[in-house]
Design a protein around this ligand. Sequence first.
Ligand code: NPQ
Ligand code: MG
Length: 357
Amino acid sequence: MPLVAPFRTSFGVETERDVLLVRAATPDGDGWGECVAMSEPLYSPEYADGAADVIARFLAPRLLAAGEVGPLDVARLLEPVRGHRMAKAALETAVLDAWLRARDESFGSYLGAVRDRVPAGVSVGIMDSIPALIDAVAGYLDQGYLRIKLKIEPGWDVEPVRAVRERFGSEVLLQVDANAAYTLADARVLAALDDFDLLLIEQPLAEDDLRQHAELARLLRTPICLDESIESAKDAADALLLGACRIINVKPGRVGGYLEARRIHDLAQAHGAAVWCGGMLETGLGRAANVALAALPGFTLPGDTSASDRYFAQDVTSPFVLEDGHVAVPTGAGLGVEPLPDVLVSLTTSTTWLPAG
Ligand code: NPQ
Ligand code: MG
């Protein structure tokens, strides 16, 4: 799917989204799951073609051999296969969607949503110049986005943050995301961001730098939020108790699914830590489930739950839109949205059918 504009982060520039969808065909009807792996292993070790391969060869066969499978069975059946959380999440989501549609219950209701709409934030890529960044942020604020996240990297950090604060004022909810681009040796630059009253700094150091994040946290006033480092509820417990972060960006794909994502929510709530729902440039299918998750009570910060048109001119489902800076939680059964058949056909480059038995 072509992106409406190139999206640049500290790990590269993306101009299109390679999307992998899973359809679970069951006697009671279909269910959908979106695998959030990128086309290249730059955000995490998983990548779309690899996820399709591990699903076809190792994961789906375990489910298909298990007979009747409910949503609570999937993680246990796939547990012997190490890693590949994004691939596993797509399968679990497809099974959960089919199961919920058959029961006529929505994702939000099942997960424990307490809101019918969620505040929307937007992630703003690294730009070629400060004026270009100011224009982009102005456009998103005009559309009503309630929180701005600036992507940063060494050389694009203090000055863009200063420029956005000076132009739009101290009231704008503002945060930054480094996608692991710094080391502890950069602590002084990162501490310079303390002057700008940011909500948080997301994943400044490498994903396996939990101890270093705890050390950095002692040098900063701005709360550290972890994204790439948190692959499970166990990781979340370790990070919170180590003092590596005070906030967690919950991405269901990164942690193996919506059920594990909910465990992280519950754990963080018990710990008194805030969570928010991240984004991986999902189509309307993944976005629907994210918005449902973001409606849980512990999701107290706006997420990267943007409208469809932040990324796509034509979404796979009917689009999610911004209303008064919020996105509505779907109320229909399961995800509450389905692929538009013509759009799905026009975008599909390959299909693999994995028969049961
Ligand atoms: C993050 N997302 O929070 C990610 C990273 C990210 C919305 O900032 C293609 C597919 C490009 C997935 C670029 C946001 C991507 C991607 C960035 C995910 O770290
Ligand atoms: Mg991030």
